[in-house]
Design a protein. Structure first.
Length: 448
């Protein structure tokens, strides 16, 4: 009897605590005028950051939270703090974020949705966000284990974060039936839906960014800022000045032993469609002789709990025309089995290291086309690295990094960045030496 009473009392205490916490969250949310929740399969982190930057530029005190490649809190002054978690991430982080927004006296809070299950998606919107503006960036295959095995099911899940009586901006899906699913839910929620498609003007804006920018993401962010009263030109300038998400890295051109490597970092784009779009964008801007890539290499960093992503990567081989697949972190037997199942006849390597020069050497030894080709042309970029006697055209090798950014993925990313920094420092030193020599020669001529 005593145990039953104690249990009932404990349950009652938990219920009261839950009510108090819910009311606290509702109070915090009510203090923030613009509450923006960004959902979708890809681009959430980037769109969240772009919106926050645009609102800040418009004079709106804004706090933002991303949970993609690296969890970050973006403060009203644009500075960032890493979010340190004890154990697994949970959706209750949204409650903490709402309190941070209230403490900062923010006029706007922009959050990347971190829920991927139908039950938690509903809680994030209805209890923890109560958004005034919702974003659905796109609908693509991912998280099939929780959202469903087809696009219609995934669209239905994403629709669970549509704001009640708010505004909804949606990147136009290729499949009309997916938009119909979202529109139906928006009508039920009393949300004003606006589809957003990038035009030539937005495409032009993308070229002004120092890192890869998808026009669809930029268009959605500008639309959200406009809904909050920030003019496009002001919002755009704020976005151009802001730092990208840690998972977004610039495309790098590196020289190694007479070869030109273009490194396309697609770690933040885990689905095949986004990864392919990133590749085509980078490939089209390969700015050395003949604008073509001689060797195309897929490098995939495996995640043990997502074995199906290896199949997604292999689906890119034919559209890209890959000559070699390099896998890090996956068992050799699994890789061999999946490649055999795909019916692809191409060499693959299971790499033992995430060192960039080790990767370059493996590519050189396994792909004949990677050998230098006899010609009188040497690209200007190669001068700091290629000896004068190498009168050869540098083989142009495109490397697409895919899969998990963590562990070996980050090691590769940082390794390539370090190589680029060393090359830039070497080029700068060479220019300085050349200028100093020219000044000495000029001074000598003046004396004579």
């Amino acid at each position: 009897m005593i145990q039953a009473i104690a249990a009932a009392a404990a349950f009652g205490s938990l219920a009261v605590a839950g009510i108090i916490e819910r009311r606290a969250v509702e109070h915090d949310l009510s203090c923030v005028l613009h509450r923006i929740l960004v959902n979708g399969t890809r681009g959430k982190s980037t769109v969240t950051r772009l919106i926050a930057a645009g609102l800040r530029a418009g004079g709106i005190t804004t706090i933002a939270k991303t949970t993609g490649s690296a969890a970050r809190l973006v403060l009203p002054d644009g500075s960032e703090q890493p979010i340190h978690r004890k154990g697994q991430a949970t959706i209750m982080e949204h409650a903490w974020f709402a309190h941070m927004a209230q403490k900062a006296r923010a006029q706007a809070m922009v959050a990347e949705c971190m829920a991927i299950r139908p039950d938690t998606l509903s809680v994030v919107e209805n209890a923890l966000s109560q958004s005034t503006i919702g974003i659905i960036t796109n609908v693509r295959l991912d998280h099939e284990d929780t959202m469903g095995q087809n696009l219609a099911s995934i669209a239905g899940c994403l629709s669970l974060t549509i704001p009640r009586n708010g505004k909804l901006f949606v990147g136009i899906p290729k499949e009309p039936e997916l938009l119909a699913i979202i529109r139906k839910r928006a009508t039920e929620r009393g949300a004003a839906l606006e589809t957003v498609a990038p035009g030539p003007e937005i495409e032009g804006y993308c070229a002004r960014f120092a890192y890869p920018m998808f026009a669809e993401n930029l268009a959605l962010a500008l639309a959200a800022c406009a809904a909050c009263g920030v003019p496009r030109e002001i919002a755009l300038q704020g976005m151009l000045d802001a730092a990208p998400d840690p998972g977004v890295w610039p495309t790098l051109d590196l020289e190694w032993k007479g070869k030109t490597f273009r490194i396309i970092n697609g770690f933040a784009a885990n689905d095949a469609e986004s990864t392919l779009a990133l590749w085509h964008s980078a490939e089209s801007h390969f700015d050395v002789a003949a604008h073509q890539i001689d060797v195309k290499v897929l490098v995939y960093n495996h995640r043990e709990d997502r074995p199906w992503r290896l199949d997604q990567v292999l689906s890119l081989v034919r559209p890209i025309g890959a000559d070699l697949v390099c896998v890090i972190g996956a068992p050799r037997a699994l890789t061999k089995r999946r490649i055999a199942k795909s019916g692809l006849a191409l060499p693959f390597l299971v790499l033992d290291s995430a060192d960039p020069e080790y990767l370059f050497a493996q590519i050189e030894s396994h792909v004949p086309q990677a050998a230098p080709q006899a010609t009188a042309h040497v690209p200007p970029q190669a001068t700091a690295h290629v000896p004068a006697q190498a009168a050869q055209k540098a083989a142009r090798i495109g490397i697409l990094l895919t899969g998990n950014i963590k562990g070996a993925g980050m090691a590769l990313t940082e390794g390539f960045s370090a190589m680029a920094a060393r090359a830039a420092a070497g080029a700068s030193a060479a220019r300085a030496a050349k200028e100093a020599k020219a000044e000495k020669q000029a001074a000598r001529r003046e004396r004579t």
